[in-house]
Design a protein around this ligand. Structure first.
Ligand code: AHG
Ligand code: MN
Ligand code: MN
Length: 322
């Protein structure tokens, strides 16, 4: 089994990017350790604070965010970071070559039930001639990502990573603290009979999504002529990991529960990195109107509709919007 650095060198990933990836992974090892300690770690439970998203922060959200911030900003490679838990971007080194966006803790509602949670990150090059304190650096489409990944803190700690040369899985060997390459070139099957959506929002979806899901539920007797299974982990890391492993379709569609908030997932540190990983594994990642990675961002915290996974199933879902 190969360690991560030699595996990345084999893919001709630049040395400074390898160093940055290793820096980010150092933070994930510490989070993995704390998550594994559960209540013994003293970082479970809520804070009394709201983040910029208007959500009550969990202690683990705050601790993970601080860790990522400290570790990435200490490294000379980083010009700025942006995070789900930070109001605006945070400046690093003027000479840093890269900018990093992250969701330090995805699936916060799973923390106290000891279920799947993770970390998502996305790396781009800092545009020339901009100041480290300028948040506009982050307004680049997802196609500009040079690396994206997530770490899933499950029964084992697994990293899914892409630098644009396929999506690979690494597993954290907790005996010596190294991520080891455990699956090269993960491929999402093109067809599936499994979907992931929060069904409790059904009455608030747009008509095309209602029609699509209704047809899946009709199973063998319906127009799809096969039975579909449903899974919902309530952590995008868990749902995306499942479909990288065995295929599926995952969607958080637009809904009208709150007219000021038609979408749930965030473009920069959820949708874009997951899109890069999914596309590199042969899947599709779109909104009902186009490819997610081509969206020109207008705000660090902007939210977006997400439909991703097995190619043929995503195309089928899109056909309901035409
Ligand atoms: P976060 O914990 O970073 O705020 O993200 C949670 C997101 C995403 O991971 C998941 O798919 C979705 O919210 C779950 O939404 P529901 O609350 O509708 O299940
Ligand atoms: Mn999240
Ligand atoms: Mn989060």
């Amino acid at each position: 089994m190969q360690r991560i650095a030699p595996a990345l060198r084999e893919d001709n990933v630049p040395l400074d990017l390898i160093s940055l990836i290793k820096t980010i992974l150092a933070a994930t090892k510490e989070i993995s350790f704390r998550v594994g300690q559960g209540q013994l770690s003293g970082v479970l439970g809520s804070t009394l604070d709201e983040n910029i998203q208007g959500e009550i922060q969990k202690q683990l959200d705050v601790v993970s965010n601080q860790l990522f911030k400290d570790i990435t900003l200490e490294s000379g490679f980083v010009k700025a970071i942006s995070s789900e838990e930070e109001e605006t971007s945070v400046a690093g080194h003027e000479t840093g070559k890269y900018i990093v966006s992250f969701d330090p803790l995805d699936g916060s509602s799973n923390i106290e039930i000891n279920s799947l949670i993770g970390t998502i990150f996305s790396i781009m090059e800092a545009p020339e001639g901009m100041k480290a304190a300028d948040p506009d650096m982050f307004k680049q489409p997802g196609t500009k990502q040079v690396c994206a990944g997530y770490v899933l803190y499950g029964p084992s700690t697994v990293l899914a990573l892409t630098t644009g040369k396929g999506t690979h899985f690494y597993t954290l060997d907790k005996t010596h603290g190294s991520y080891m390459l455990t699956e090269r070139n993960v491929k999402i099957p093109e067809d599936t009979a499994e979907f992931a959506i929060n069904m409790s929002n059904q009455r608030s979806w747009q008509q095309p999504m209602k029609n699509y899901i209704a047809d899946l539920l009709l199973g063998k007797e319906g127009p799809r002529e096969k039975n579909f299974n449903m899974r919902w982990i309530a952590a995008m890391v868990g749902d995306v990991h499942r479909l990288l492993v065995r295929g599926g379709i995952f969607t958080y569609p637009s809904d009208n529960r709150d007219p000021n908030k038609p979408y749930k997932l965030r473009l920069m540190y959820e949708a874009n990195p997951m899109s890069f990983l999914v596309e590199q594994a042969g899947g599709l990642s779109v909104t009902s109107t186009g490819r997610i990675m081509e969206i020109e961002p207008t705000d660090i915290h902007q939210r977006v509709e997400v439909i991703l996974g097995s190619k043929n199933e995503v195309e089928k879902c899109l056909s309901y919007y035409k």
